[in-house]
Design a protein around this ligand. Structure first.
Ligand SMILES: O=C(O)CCC(=O)C(=O)O
Length: 304
């Protein structure tokens, strides 16, 4: 009988790459067919300022959607090797019984496709038109509602979560990774609500209607007449930071996945001495957002 000494187990660990140190596209995914320098018409820009949102803007082609969906699948695994790079990761943030809402911030640091999507000219050019200047990255998000049990996102104004930055020159781009309709929990907007004052911050994945007691009678009436944003995979909507929006459960047999890019007009400042996002070096109160985690996404003069 031969005697074998115990063989030490070899643990193979790949270094985790943090893509936030690269402020340009890493792949050719979004380089083809660059659009002209202005992609929105004057009428579209006017409609955004009048209504507080703009819908059905083509941003991604089918191949780009497919690649983002595949990367999202891999990223959403709770044991993904780069999980510590997420600013926030909730495999189920929903507080509704039996519902599931996957919500996470920071995919751009982990996935080349989510990273490069920030520099997609089909996003940056309209964003710059709507903000009226150079676009600076704030953070990204993914919101996924699985078939049949996807949970709601409560009515809210984005800026109620962002008062640690200002002045309020923020813009959200919500990009559909699936065809979205009322059945699978599409986004809804309240037209003109960007002219309301700032409301309290509700629990984002709580009851859809949680904000209602904070609204006056007229606002409550408007809440009963939202616009459902039915949208195809690859299309986006843009909204103002005070536009009230939310989405209901996914009652369909289809998933409802979305990526969100949140940006600010260059020159927007930190209003806190605390880190603006988990694990990020603080930007002193009064200093403009910038540096490794808040890159400028459009070329041009940086405002002072
Ligand atoms: O995806 C959703 O249903 C909600 C998204 C959202 O609230 C946001 O982009 O601010």
């Amino acid at each position: 009988m031969t005697h074998r000494s115990a063989v030490p187990k070899l643990e193979l660990t790949m270094p985790v790459l943090d893509l936030s140190s690269t402020h340009e596209q890493l792949t050719d995914l979004f380089r083809s067919t660059p659009p002209s320098s202005k992609t929105l018409s004057e009428d579209q820009v006017d409609a955004f300022h009048r209504n507080g949102y703009l819908k059905n803007i083509p941003i991604l082609n089918n191949d780009q959607v497919e690649i983002l969906r595949n990367e999202l699948d891999a990223l959403s695994a709770p044991d993904h090797p780069a999980r510590e790079l997420w600013y926030e990761f909730h495999s189920n943030e929903s507080s509704s019984n039996g519902s599931v809402l996957f919500h996470a911030l920071g995919a751009w640091r982990i996935s080349p496709a989510f990273h490069d999507a920030l520099w997609n000219p089909r996003f940056t050019i309209p964003a710059s038109q709507l903000l009226g200047g150079n676009v600076r990255f704030w953070h990204d998000q993914v919101f996924c509602k699985p078939p049949r049990c996807g949970g709601p996102v409560a009515w809210h104004q984005d800026y109620s979560y962002w008062t640690r930055t200002g002045p309020m020159n923020h813009l959200t781009c919500w990009i559909a990774l699936d065809d979205c309709d009322r059945e699978n929990g599409c986004l809804h907007y309240i037209r003109g609500s960007h002219r309301w004052s700032l409301l309290p911050m509700p629990e984002i994945a709580g009851s859809l209607d949680g904000i209602r007691p904070n609204l006056n009678a007229e606002q409550q009436q408007q809440l009963d007449h939202p616009e459902a944003i039915e949208i195809s995979a690859g299309e986006a909507c843009f909204h103002h930071p005070l536009t009230l929006h939310g989405s209901d459960k996914n009652r369909s047999d289809r998933p409802r996945r979305a990526m969100v890019i949140n940006v600010v007009l260059d020159g927007t400042k930190s209003l806190s001495d605390e880190p603006l996002l988990k694990g990020v070096d603080p930007i002193p109160h009064g200093e403009p957002l910038g540096g490794r985690f808040f890159p400028q996404l459009t070329a041009g003069e940086t405002s002072p």
